[in-house]
Design a protein around this ligand. Structure first.
Ligand code: URA
Ligand code: SF4
Length: 226
């Protein structure tokens, strides 16, 4: 697969330009079976960017990230943690829904490393325009996309971390041209907070404590923003 890079127009300035271009991406085979590209959404000036895994069934049909069950849970947790929902931009490591058909049902299938790598140019392009203050890494796939394979969410969750030296830093994401409208004035340092994926809360044996853990991690984000 060629990867997404060749589908990113060099003159794309805004997130809206990127979203339009991503609609035609064929950087890996996932576009073939999915309904549509699900690009990130939120304010261009968002101070915090959430990165999930890939769209689910509902997101694939509606074309928007985190609008299904995991999204509802995430929004509730964001609210409870005291993060201003207008300060968010929400996106995914992989922009097409990967699934396996079982009869009428479409069962989520975790993206492979190849899909993560193929799709990462979109994530890099989003970061280059957003220059967020805090990146919230939701689960292992987002961690793999941004921080590499050795980062362990369970070991490092819920703490405000500097961007690891080993990973490409969002403030260095500017190899992608950033036009005047997309440029953030100054962000000293992007920091990150890793936490579990909201879908993992939905699957947990003890949902209440898993949810409380997610909210506690997000309070760290709220604290970093205030
Ligand atoms: N899970 C994700 O990781 N992203 C979505 O958009 C929905 C569910
Ligand atoms: Fe392009 Fe990403 Fe979709 Fe693959 S998953 S076709 S790289 S947008």
């Amino acid at each position: 697969a060629p990867g997404a890079q060749e589908f990113i127009p060099p003159d794309a300035e805004t997130l809206a330009d990127l979203r339009t271009a991503a609609g035609g991406c064929r950087g890996c085979e996932l576009y073939q079976d999915a309904t549509q590209t699900v690009f990130g959404r939120g304010d261009e000036r968002a101070r915090v960017v959430f990165v999930g895994e890939q769209p689910g069934d509902v997101e694939d049909r509606q074309g928007l990230p985190f609008v299904g069950p995991a999204g509802h849970l995430l929004r509730r947790a964001v609210d409870e943690a005291g993060i201003d929902p207008t300060q968010l931009y929400i996106t995914n490591a992989v922009k097409h829904f990967r699934f396996e058909s079982r009869g009428q049902r479409r069962i989520h299938k975790t993206p492979d490393g190849t899909h993560i790598v193929a799709c990462r140019p979109w994530l890099v392009a989003e970061f280059a325009r957003l220059r967020p203050e805090v990146v919230v890494v939701l689960g292992a796939t987002a961690a793999k996309a941004l921080l590499g394979p050795s980062f362990r969410v369970t070991r490092s969750r819920g703490v405000l971390l500097p961007w690891p030296d080993s990973a490409q830093r969002p403030q260095d994401f500017a190899q992608v041209p950033v036009g005047p409208t997309g440029q953030r004035e100054s962000v000293a340092q992007t920091r990150l907070v890793a936490t579990i994926h909201p879908s993992a809360v939905l699957r947990a044996d003890d949902r209440d404590s898993a949810y409380a853990g997610l909210v506690a991690d997000l309070r760290v984000v709220a604290g970093a923003l205030s």
